[in-house]
Design a protein around this ligand. Structure first.
Ligand code: HEM
Length: 90
């Protein structure tokens, strides 16, 4: 059995902005990543990366560098999967 996924609802995601002592999360292809550990290393700069914080970054990411292998780069920062608001945590 693998590591269980956290089910992340839109309201949970919205709070993960990287501010107020919380890590910054973003969504890429339905998967939720904690981008805080990677932020200092982002070649495009931290502020640019954090435009995707607390929301779905798939479109922004794809407009700028669709060739970047985010799944490999952020594998250790995978938080879970996006689900609908009504789906319970667990
Ligand atoms: C550059 C990774 C998100 C904006 C790069 C590069 C990597 C990278 C590896 C260098 C690409 C290359 O030179 O071919 C990531 C990862 C992301 C992410 C893993 C995961 C969330 C974003 C987002 C934005 C963004 C959300 C914009 C809102 C940029 C820009 C550059 C860049 C503008 C170009 C920097 C330059 O060449 O001056 N990113 N990125 N990135 N990224 Fe990201």
């Amino acid at each position: 059995p693998g590591t269980p996924y956290l089910k992340v609802t839109p309201s949970m995601l919205k709070r993960q902005t990287g501010r107020k002592g919380k890590d910054a999360w973003t969504v890429l292809g339905g998967r939720v990543y904690n981008i805080t550990p990677y932020a200092p290393f982002h070649p495009g700069g931290e502020p640019e990366l954090l435009r995707a914080a607390g929301r779905d970054g798939t479109k922004l990411f794809g407009e700028i560098h669709p060739w970047v292998n985010y799944e490999g780069m952020l594998a250790s920062s995978l938080v879970g999967m996006m689900v609908e608001e009504h789906e319970a945590v667990g």
